[in-house]
Structures are given as C-alpha cells and as structure tokens.
Design a protein around this ligand. Sequence first.
Ligand SMILES: Nc1ncnc2c1ncn2[C@@H]1O[C@H](COP(=O)(O)OP(=O)(O)OP(=O)(O)O)[C@@H](O)[C@H]1O
Ligand SMILES: [Mg+2]
Length: 266
Amino acid sequence: MVDPVLEFRHVGVTLTGRDGSINEVSSDVSLTLAPREFVSIVGPSGAGKTTLLRTAAGLRRPTTGEVLFQGRPLTDVQNGISVVFQEYNKSLFPWLSIFKNVAMGARRLAPAERAAHVRAALESVALSGFESRYPWELSGGMQQRAALARALVSDPKVLMLDEPFASVDALTRGLLEDVVGDLWERSSFASLLVTHDVGEAVYLSDRVLVLSARPSRILAEVEIDLPRPRSQGSTRQLKRFVELEAQVLELVLQAGRSVAGESASA
Ligand SMILES: Nc1ncnc2c1ncn2[C@@H]1O[C@H](COP(=O)(O)OP(=O)(O)OP(=O)(O)O)[C@@H](O)[C@H]1O
Ligand SMILES: [Mg+2]
C-alpha cells in the first residue's frame, strides 16, 4: 500500500469555550488520505467537520492522537496543504486585485516565477482577463474560482475544501464541482472535501467518510466505484450513482438520528 499523504491517528479534539465550558468535538477519528485520492467527509451539522479540517490543515492541534502529513507529525500550518473555506467573501482580500489575491498563495515561490504561476492558476479556473478586477466586481462563483486558484497556485500535495460551494446557486455549484473535479484529474494533489451535500460527495470522491454526531468519530466508509472521468450529465444518472447516494444519505440520517436521540434523553 502507498504511504498516505495525510493521516489521522485516533484524533480527539476538545474545545474550551470562553465561559470555560468543555466541548468534546471529536473523540476518536482515524483516517488516511492517499496521494491523489479524493475523500469527502459528510455528517450532521455541528458534528465537528470544520474543526477536523482545521486540525488536518495544522490550524489547530489535536487534543489527543496525532495528525501526520507525509509521514511526519503536523505541528503547524504546512507548505503543501491548501484550504478553501466556505465563505468566498471572507477568503479573498477585498482591497487586493484578483491577481494580487492569487499571488498571496504564491508567496513561497521565487518572485521571478510568481507572475507566470499566478497567470497559469487563473487560466486553469477560466479567469484569464480578470487579473485587475477586485473580488467585489466578480460573481460568487467567480470569487470561489479565484479562491481555488489561490489555493492551487502553490502546487499543494493536499487541497482541503470546507463546504466550498455552499454559498452559490445550484447551477454554479454544479459548474464549480466540475472545475474542482477537472483540476483534480489533471493535477497530482489529494483532496479532502467537507460537504453537507451527499450527492456532491459521491459525485467527486473515491471514498466518502460518514461522521457520527458529536463527539464525532468515523461511522462508516463508502467506496465510490463510479467510473472516471465523471460528468454531471452522465454520472448522476447512473444506477450505481443513485444507489451510492441513497446508501450514504441513509448513513448520514442514522448519524443525525443519534443526535436527536441524545437530545431527547438529555
Ligand atoms: N473555537 C471554539 N470554541 C468552542 N467551541 C467551538 C469552537 N468552534 C466550534 N465550536 C463548537 O464545536 C462544535 C463543532 O463545530 P464545527 O464548526 O466543527 O461543526 P461542523 O460539523 O463544521 O458544523 P456545520 O455542519 O454547521 O458546518 C460546535 O458545537 C461548535 O459550537
Ligand atoms: Mg462547518
């Protein structure tokens, strides 16, 4: 088996609120992400998906267990891991042009190489010609493509996506899914996607992990044996797609019911 690019070993995360309250968000999460693999995490709202992604990105330390990136303990934000968050209006700097925003992701490149990389990244998300615009002059979908360009300009090993398409309309969402899917097919990064949308997780992934309610752990893992390359029109109408979507949805509903059960007995 190939060595994973990212690994969670029995990761637990406990957060302390400002009032001193203790919140055990994750209890024991173990997972692996192989190089070039596309894995999604789905689960009930508040299960701790964002917290886990922040831990995977080195933005937060686990309370117990460890996170390994390329075989070494992850102790800080790493070169090689890029993250795109849900709110595109918070992920781009409004006072910088699109070119300069994307260049922020290329800070570690030699200055002489930077401009060419930024242009190539913008071209890969079909934003050539918008370099001198400001984020607020672009649609939501275009801003999210710019955020993707900024994440990918550094040629990361792992791209993490936290509900990246939640703020756009359904049509734009489908188009953005294909932008990510095509970029992933053509590049060599592994991807860890957090989403509420079961169909989206099945459509894009090699594997879908279902998270339980808090304190979360991995409840189930579903292999997505759909052929690639995938396309919205053909993949989503496959009988196998419909079966997998129903299977994952049922698991997420089970996870959600466990929350309802807990609150009823509390
Ligand atoms: N900094 C913090 N301090 C204390 N508790 C926090 C902090 N950040 C998040 N939480 C709590 O941790 C839990 C998990 O939050 P998180 O945002 O990771 O869930 P999520 O699965 O991403 O939710 P959603 O599906 O709504 O995006 C929530 O109960 C939240 O209130
Ligand atoms: Mg979240």
